[in-house]
Design a protein around this ligand. Structure first.
Ligand SMILES: [Zn+2]
Length: 236
């Protein structure tokens, strides 16, 4: 058995595990993603309610301003009523007062309606918040578990990187370069096992002469895919 090929085989195993772990690092686990989707949707709903409440209070400020203008106007007309000199002026002043009172009444009604609407929206919001206490604690727990598992995963990634570096350091530089070239070209499989006298990477049959070379410990490439062939030592 070629000891360098043994090392390359181990290196490939380590790099493949490293690739898996690195992919896991970027993936939200489905257990968290599911509760996160639920939580985000409740949040979006609460945000929408808050926006509606904010819109109502803007409208309310506008109505309040108009209401105090109309009330001022009403006072002014009522004052004028004291100063009228004839029936005609009296009737005219009353007409203004009536119209303004009607306006005031409409604005007051609109304020009342808006207050009732805000109460309803606030209640919906409070109900959502109260109803999502359990959801929030599930979200917290899943998030915590995910972050915790990331900590373990990062530790594992560090260990795998150290192991890969150690193996690489023990390899001849030329061989290491060759390995990485094939590794990149052949979807992360630079070393292919020989299974039933065939290359496990491309299924090309390994000729008996090549098999002999392998058994002697030569470094041999597959004639089909150019991967380095790895003949496992039979268990003794
Ligand atoms: Zn092959």
């Amino acid at each position: 058995m070629n000891p360098d090929v043994e090392k390359l085989w181990e290196l490939q195993t380590v790099l493949s595990a490293l690739g898996d772990r690195e992919k896991q690092l970027t993936n939200k686990p489905e257990s968290f993603a599911a509760v996160d989707r639920e939580w985000q949707s409740v949040n979006a709903e609460m945000e929408k309610l808050q926006q509606q409440i904010e819109q109502h209070s803007r409208e309310r400020r506008r109505v309040d301003g108009e209401l105090s203008d109309q009330q001022e106007l009403l006072k002014k007309y009522q004052g004028q009523l004291m100063l009228v000199k004839n029936q005609q002026q009296y009737a005219a002043a009353w007409k203004e007062i009536d119209a303004t009172r009607k306006q005031v009444k409409e604005l007051e009604d609109s304020t009342l309606k808006s207050m009732a609407d805000v109460d309803g929206l606030q209640k919906q919001n409070d109900d959502l918040a109260a109803g999502s206490v359990e959801l929030k604690s599930r979200w917290d727990a899943e998030h915590e578990a995910w972050q915790h598992s990331l900590g373990d995963l990062r530790k594992e990634v560090g260990q795998l990187q150290a192991r890969a570096a150690k193996i690489e350091a023990s390899l001849p530089e030329r061989l290491s370069r060759e390995f990485h070239r094939i590794f990149k070209q052949r979807q992360g499989v630079a070393i292919a096992r020989v299974v039933a006298d065939s290359c496990n990477g491309c299924r090309t049959r390994v000729r008996p002469a090549v098999l002999q070379q392998l058994k002697r410990g030569d470094l041999v490439h597959c004639e089909g895919c150019s991967r380095i062939l790895y003949l496992e030592t039979p268990p003794s």
